[in-house]
Design a binder for this molecule. Structure first.
Ligand code: SF4
Ligand code: SF4
Length: 398
């Protein structure tokens, strides 16, 4: 895990971050991470100024990945954005997009109606009026949340326990991913615990400047997870943005007691399974499948510095071929590409990936991040699946 300095002065003006920023490549107005981040921070520290160009930063973190001096560029940007909105009016659109958990809770009461409501042209027009693009690939709500479905699973008891943090997308939009995680952990003799009262990891709150609410969520999650870490249990995530928050961004953004201890026990599901493999404990009783797939590594996985564990795992599965797209950011960056004024930028950023997928002729793309999957399906016209679903299928129990 990369440790970042808090000090913008560690910037050596090498410009590596500028070269690797997908938004700088797509938008002339964005002056790039070096100026928006460390250089802008020096200026903001002196003048209490907000650089208008900061509005373009998507928090994709490609700048952080490339920075040899470990300057927390994207975090400086997010902190500056939050500070700006303390004294300036923020669009209601940003509140809607950053409070997906509350919206989903309301929708989960009547999911059929919610999807009908989201997907008819009148509500899309209302959302467009608020600043959400009517072309944006908004995810549908599931008919029943993961948490509810999880409670009905009759698990095989085991002395090995693992905590699963589902996150909003899995819980409200694609619970089948969470069910696959549970099935795979059970196939490896782990009994899964999903603590009640976990809340949104805060990723959408942070990118939209709702830093106080983000910190409250972080404190709540850390308070819950800390108890399990003290009991020696690993904490598993299946969304790379949730994982990044719990592992790294909480530490960069907030001062919370116990956060480092919790972070040291957070695992992406594929990362966890590879550790089991290295210890000789992974169940490799895989059945043969057929098919050719492309894999997209989300930016929020790449910044974790753990390689591409899903790709390694998928390549152990007999009968399937997986090609790494290796074609950069998909552009969506959480809810960035849902915004009316960012939709075209997001599509331009993702175009290299979409073209790579289309040129391959492959019809199913694998990726760990829910909104990356939405964007890839939208931009490349393919089916998208979480890698863990193929692992579950390889255990022959689906
Ligand atoms: S987080 Fe992404 S968009 Fe923002 S400055 Fe860094 S590379 Fe550019
Ligand atoms: S990559 Fe890091 S050191 Fe280089 S210009 Fe950007 S912030 Fe400064």
């Amino acid at each position: 895990m990369k440790k970042h300095h808090e000090n913008p002065d560690s910037c050596t003006t090498c410009t590596s971050c500028v070269v690797h920023c997908p938004v700088t490549q797509a938008v002339r107005e964005f002056r790039g991470p070096k100026l928006a981040g460390p250089a802008g921070e020096r200026f903001r520290l002196l003048e209490d100024e907000y650089d208008a160009a900061l509005q373009y930063c998507s928090n994709c973190k490609n700048c952080d990945i490339s920075c040899p001096s470990q300057v927390p560029i994207s975090t400086l940007n997010m902190k500056a954005r939050a500070k700006y909105y303390k004294t300036h009016k923020q669009p209601f659109r940003d509140w809607i997009l950053s409070h997906g958990e509350q919206m989903a809770k309301m929708a989960s009461l009547t999911p059929g109606l919610a999807n009908l409501g989201m997907n008819n042209f009148i509500s899309r027009a209302v959302l467009k009026g608020l600043g959400v693009s009517d072309k944006a690939p908004l995810p549908e709500y599931a008919s029943e949340t993961f948490s509810k479905q999880f409670k009905r699973i009759k698990q095989k008891p085991s002395a090995n326990k693992a905590i699963f943090y589902p996150g909003c997308f899995v819980n409200y939009n694609q619970p089948e991913v969470g069910l696959d995680v549970v099935a795979v952990l059970q196939a490896n003799d782990f009994e899964v615990i999903v603590p009640e009262d976990l809340v949104c990891c805060s990723s959408p709150l942070v990118v939209n400047g709702y830093m106080d609410e983000a910190e409250a969520n972080a404190r709540k999650n850390i308070g819950i997870l800390e108890k399990y870490v003290q009991m020696g249990y690993p904490i598993i995530t299946a969304c790379t943005s949730c994982g990044l928050m719990l592992k790294q961004e909480y530490q960069e953004l907030f001062e919370i007691e116990g956060v480092e201890q919790v972070a040291s026990r957070i695992y992406d599901i594929a990362e966890f399974l590879l550790e089991l493999y290295d210890e000789g404990n992974l169940n490799t009783n895989f059945v043969k499948q057929n098919g050719k797939f492309m894999y997209h590594a989300p930016c929020h996985l790449r910044v974790q510095g753990i390689g591409k564990p899903s790709l390694e795992l998928l390549r152990m599965l007999p009968g399937i071929e997986v090609i790494d797209a290796d074609a950069g950011c998909c552009g969506i960056s959480g809810n960035y590409g849902f915004k009316e004024d960012k939709y075209d930028i997001a599509m331009a950023i993702g175009s290299n990936l979409f073209e790579t997928i289309k040129a391959s002729g492959i019809k199913t793309v694998l990726s760990e991040c829910g909104t990356c999957r939405q964007q890839i399906g939208h931009g490349a016209g393919v089916k998208t699946v979480h890698p863990i679903s193929l692992v579950r299928a390889a255990y022959g129990n689906k």
